[in-house]
Design a protein around this ligand. Sequence first.
Ligand code: NAP
Length: 255
Amino acid sequence: MSRIFITGSSQGIGAECARQLIAADHEVVLHARDAHRAQAATAANPGAVAVLTADLASLTQTRALASAASEHGPYDAIIHNAGMGATTQRELTEDGLERIFQVNVASAYVLTALLPVAPRMVFLTSGLEADGTWTPEDLDWATRAWDGRQAYADSKLHDSMLAFHLAGLHPESAVNVVDPGWIRTELGGPDAWDEVDQGADTQVWLAVSDEPTAQDTGRYLKRRAPLSPNPIAREADARAELISRLERATGIALQ
Ligand SMILES: NC(=O)c1ccc[n+]([C@@H]2O[C@H](COP(=O)([O-])OP(=O)(O)OC[C@H]3O[C@@H](n4cnc5c(N)ncnc54)[C@H](OP(=O)(O)O)[C@@H]3O)[C@@H](O)[C@H]2O)c1
């Protein structure tokens, strides 16, 4: 039996990962944005060990989530699943960061820095990662004309970069990034091609399977198969710069 922490598991792909893992007798710690969303998380997965709450648009709450999650660990796997889609306007959080960058990238960075690295680490990217641009001097869109779709694509490129950086730092762990496909969820929308169980399968396999190929590291996977990521994600200098900028933006260092 494994213990797995899944961010953004009140609904969608995260809740489905939890459902599949609990059905296979694993212990799952859920995460929801607030007490109201925690009720949805519990309703979807009453067999979970615990539901932790934090708005990932807040550094203070994300730090507190790391502490709470530590108390329920150690984990055999962590799935950094939480994410938000494109917004029509550039929005700043209480920390003064652009919201998509903070929720999709900085929060995963903070949790990664503050929690022990698990033997298996899974980050969620997207097929739109291929369209991501590397604009280190303007990660939170202070100078560019706002483009919400591009901000989302960039954030998913940053998630791949974060995962591959961590894979380099921790060769003892299997650290991978997953494109779940276009999945019918709130984020994916009603026209998406695939059902949520397909969108969860690869992350669940990476989290608990004994198959040797589930335990390789540093890969971009879709439907359990390795694909080529955006070439920027393979550039060590770019990854190091992203980590350095995340460290400055959050005040937290990645060991
Ligand atoms: N669906 C797709 O087609 C697709 C494709 C590629 C990649 N992905 C990725 O897959 C992951 C899961 O997406 P999904 O389709 O399952 O989306 P979803 O149904 O909208 O679920 C997103 C989850 O993230 C949580 N979340 C969002 N903002 C948050 C915040 N500020 N604080 C705390 N939690 C927050 C949500 O909590 P609330 O319930 O409180 O909002 C929810 O649990 C994301 O990383 C997404 O980028 C999805």
